[in-house]
Write a protein that binds this ligand. Structure first.
Ligand code: NAP
Length: 480
């Protein structure tokens, strides 16, 4: 039997496992999908926004794959911890495919970036997604009136939308209770989403952008003087389809021809003259140069006005604009992090590879592969991981005869336990799901995510970790 470990149970890991068991070249194959967390699904569970239920429901497809009898889930096992270096893992499996994603946020590199109140959007997403590494009470939003979101990609749209939604709209989702309480207390009324280039160059996709205009209690506004700077806005005919559609949506908001929410009259060129509790300001051609301080916290962002440089980029103009903000979220992309024992291309934030084969010193390393963001960088939608995984599996299968010949050093689960790991297998994950359903019932909500390590491990295997799942007193929530 060909024994393969897939490290990471997000979409790229699960699609890799699926491609491995669905092929016919090597019929006798077993795949263990390992994850650092006791829960599977990676960014589908901990990155897709709670109000994106359709995308979230992709978990059902991933579940079907992980329930295949030729696939095992081994959670709560961190490669790199307890002596489980990549070299050790390779003694237990004929092949290892790293699907570990791009775990860190990129930084701006401007003064004031680390002021209290300035955070990465990744941290904010982790918090409202109940990632156990995020502090459950990490964001107190009561003192903030205005937020600046830096970047105009889909993560920026997600965090803008969550800030602009009322907590009541999130009550039916699985958002953790502490985060829901903080959102209910939120004083944020103005959200500025700011791009350094123009609307025709923004990275968001149209469906996500359009959704901002459909929020029940938020108005969207754009600044006509920002739009005029963009040649692609004036003449979108040569743009790729997605950028053209984005421009159409922005143009609709600018002209007021598209109401910023159903039934709303719209507000030409302004941030919503109609009555709405919150306003979203879409801004362009502003690049952050400094986060401003007031009373020891972030108080605003200083931007330099940019103009197109004629070759797709922008140049500064020496003109500045400040936007007040008590909360600043930088949503300027993810980056991969090195895994000790694996080669790493720091400039690209990926593991060097050739069609998924890990390269050590420029030469394929037998038995080591990558797929997903750690292979190609943090781009594309969830579905992009499918062809990416297939390519890697094709390489692996071409190498299978050689890999198979190598003797292995014991039963992986036994060895992991000997090393001091405490694996959570599939039944443990199902127990977590059941505990989350029970938590939801006890709070009068649907399934609610457990947001801390102790609570997750206690649910997976009572006694595994000292009890202490800090659910806390239910916060004051609005009526649904
Ligand atoms: P992204 O799509 O790469 O967008 C990053 C944004 O940050 C861009 O607007 C970029 O501007 C800007 N930026 C980068 N460096 C900057 C700097 N120093 N100063 C100011 N702005 C800066 O990254 P992302 O939003 O993190 O998304 C990552 C991936 O996840 C994408 O493929 C995305 O589609 C996907 N995703 C999808 C969904 C969904 O489908 N609903 C949700 C979330 C994420 P420039 O273009 O000028 O560089």
């Amino acid at each position: 039997m060909l024994r393969v470990a897939v490290v990471g149970s997000g979409p790229s890991g699960v699609y890799t496992a699926q491609a491995l068991v669905q092929q016919s070249l090597v019929p006798d194959v077993h795949v263990d999908v390992l994850d650092r967390l006791p829960c599977p699904y990676g960014l589908v569970r901990y990155g897709v926004a709670p109000d994106h239920e359709k995308i979230k429901s992709l978990q059902n497809n991933l579940r079907t794959v992980l329930e295949d009898e030729r696939i095992g889930f081994i959670g709560n096992v961190e490669v790199g911890a307890h002596g489980l270096a990549p070299a050790r893992l390779l003694e237990l499996y004929h092949a290892v495919v790293y699907c570990v994603g791009a775990a860190r946020d990129r930084r701006l590199g401007v003064p004031g970036e680390d002021l209290p109140g300035s955070c990465s959007a990744t941290d904010f997403v982790s918090w409202y997604s109940a990632h156990p590494d995020a502090a459950p009470n990490g964001f107190a939003l009561g003192g903030a009136r205005s937020a600046v979101v830096i970047g105009v990609g889909n993560v920026a749209v997600d965090v803008t939308r969550i800030l602009a939604r009322g907590a009541a709209e999130l009550l039916p989702t699985d958002v953790p209770h502490a985060a829901l309480g903080a959102l209910a207390q939120s004083g944020v009324r103005e959200v500025h989403m700011v791009g350094r280039r123009g609307p025709s160059q923004a990275k968001f996709t149209t469906k996500e952008l359009r959704e901002l205009g459909g929020l029940p209690d938020a108005a969207v506004g754009v600044e006509p003087s920002d739009l005029e700077l963009d040649p692609g806005y004036a003449d979108p005919s040569g743009l790729p389809a997605v950028n053209r559609r984005n421009v159409d949506v922005v143009r609709g908001w600018a002209s007021g021809s598209v109401p910023s929410s159903p039934g709303a009259p719209g507000a030409p060129g302004t941030a919503g003259e109609r009555a709405a509790s919150r306003r979203i300001h879409l801004r362009f051609f502003l690049r952050p140069v400094e986060l401003l301080e007031g009373d020891g916290r972030v108080a605003g962002v200083r931007f330099e006005r940019t103009v197109p440089d004629g070759s797709g980029g922008v140049r500064g103009t020496g003109m500045y604009e400040e936007i007040e903000a008590q909360l600043v979220l930088r949503a300027v992309g993810y980056r991969g992090v090195p895994l000790e024992g694996l080669p790493f291309d720091a400039a690209r934030g990926t593991v060097p590879n050739e069609a998924g084969r890990v390269l050590r010193g420029g030469v394929p390393s037998p038995g080591e592969y990558v797929a997903g963001w750690i292979k190609r960088g943090p781009t594309g939608v969830i579905g992009s991981n499918r062809p990416c995984a297939k390519e890697t599996v094709t390489s692996l299968l071409a190498d299978a005869a050689e890999l198979w010949a190598r003797p292995l050093a014991g039963e992986p689960l036994d060895v992991l336990r000997e090393l001091g790991h405490r694996p959570v297998e599939w039944p443990g994950w199902l127990a977590i799901e059941e505990a989350e359903a029970a938590l939801g019932r006890s709070l009068g909500r649907r399934s609610v995510k457990i947001a801390d390590w102790a609570g997750l491990l206690e649910a997976a295997a009572p006694g595994m970790e000292a009890p202490g799942a800090e659910v806390g007193a239910p916060p004051k929530l609005p009526a649904a």
